[in-house]
Design a protein around this ligand. Structure first.
Ligand code: ATP
Ligand code: BTN
Length: 329
């Protein structure tokens, strides 16, 4: 990492031109050093205009996370949370997993302005963009073991829907096990990494990526239909710190409930937002087979129930990937 890159990006966050000379004077470095820092940002995928005689500029102003606004939005429950905002990190999940192994407290949260190696499930990539994506992870420690957490990612999805609804995004639906879709396009993803024994205690690192206002370039880099909040909320601007605070507030509610009752307490709510309830889907099996079935719902432990040619089958998260039949054929 170039140590000057983020301080410069913060200066550019107003969306205005800043001359190389002014930036160099401000940070007491040479113009070449400024240029190197800009080059490094560009190598990370940040789009920066460079115009002779005027300087450097981001395509538009961006909003950076403000810790106080996040905590104020969470409200009284904020005393539960240790919040850290990083300028840049490879993956907030990887970072928090390491921190958890080194004793990070229940309930730690790490958010970042720029994630450079975001992960999805099974080694897939998560695309994010400076100022245009919310990426964060939350550490929740459980007394029970990992085997009792099978419905956790679904419960977290309910928390995400509650937060989006509170902020006026009402068309969001859940795709088992834990994607958030709007009009069958992916708006947000959840990745849960578990640490600890199968019979307890355990720690869950709950990673969330939400698309806020992605550029056309970022959308092109995603190999499935994707959408962002800006595009579904008719241009109504959403403050990212308020978004993070609202999501964390609902996560705390849902996770406290989950600790006591498990997934069953939010199962009906999950089903009420289920994108594929009673619909035919295509399931991509681990052995590469493609099986069609009618989705009947989810069980009390979050297992997916699908009627296939072989009868009613049960699938755990991680076993299969779902695809809407109508969308792909
Ligand atoms: P499933 O969860 O059903 O197995 P999935 O395709 O949603 O399938 P995930 O591992 O959950 O897979 O998510 C990673 C995938 O999400 C990537 O392979 C890519 O297709 C998509 N993706 C990556 N970045 C974004 C983004 N910012 N917005 C929406 N989708 C994205
Ligand atoms: C998915 O849909 O597969 C889950 C994507 C999860 C992405 C988030 S972004 C913050 C956190 N850090 C990561 O590396 N991944 C998750």
């Amino acid at each position: 990492m170039n140590a000057l890159t983020f301080p410069i990006l913060k200066q550019l966050s107003d969306g205005q031109f800043h001359s190389g000379e002014a930036l160099a004077a401000q940070f007491d470095v040479t113009r070449v050093t400024v240029w190197n820092a800009i080059q490094y940002a560009q190598s990370l995928g940040v789009e920066i205009f460079s115009v002779r005689g005027r300087g450097y500029k981001l395509p538009s102003a961006i909003e950076l996370l403000d810790k106080d606004t996040v905590l104020r939005t969470i409200g009284v429950q904020s005393e539960w949370i240790q919040l850290e905002v990083l300028d840049t990190v490879d993956s907030t999940n990887t970072y928090l997993l390491n921190a958890a192994a080194n004793g990070a407290p229940h309930v730690s949260c790490v958010a970042t302005h720029m994630q450079t190696g975001g992960r999805g499930r099974r080694g897939r990539n998560w695309v994010s963009e400076l100022g245009a994506s919310l990426t964060f992870s939350l550490l929740w420690r459980f007394d029970c073991g990992a085997t009792a957490l099978s419905g956790l990612s679904l419960a977290v999805g309910v928390g995400l829907i509650r937060a989006l609804n509170e902020l006026g995004v009402n068309a969001a639906q859940l795709k088992w096990p834990n994607d958030v879709l709007v009009n069958q396009k992916k708006l947000a993803g959840i990745l849960i990494d578990l640490q600890g024994d199968m019979d307890g205690p355990s720690a869950a690192v709950i990673g969330v990526g939400i698309n806020v206002n992605l550029s056309g370039n970022a959308l092109k880099r995603i190999d499935q239909p994707a959408i962002d909040i800006q595009r579904v909320s008719e241009g109504h601007a959403l403050n990212q710190s308020v978004l993070l605070g609202t999501v964390l507030k609902h996560f705390i509610d849902v996770l406290r409930d989950f600790e006591i009752h498990g997934f069953v307490s939010v199962r009906d709510e999950w089903l009420s937002h289920h994108a594929y309830q009673n619909q035919t889907v295509r399931m991509l099996m681990p052995d590469g087979r493609d099986v069609e079935g009618l989705v009947k719902g989810v069980a009390d432990d979050g297992i997916l129930l699908v009627e296939t040619a072989l009868g009613l089958q049960r699938f755990s998260a991680g076993e299969i990937s779902l695809r809407a039949v109508s969308h792909e054929r």
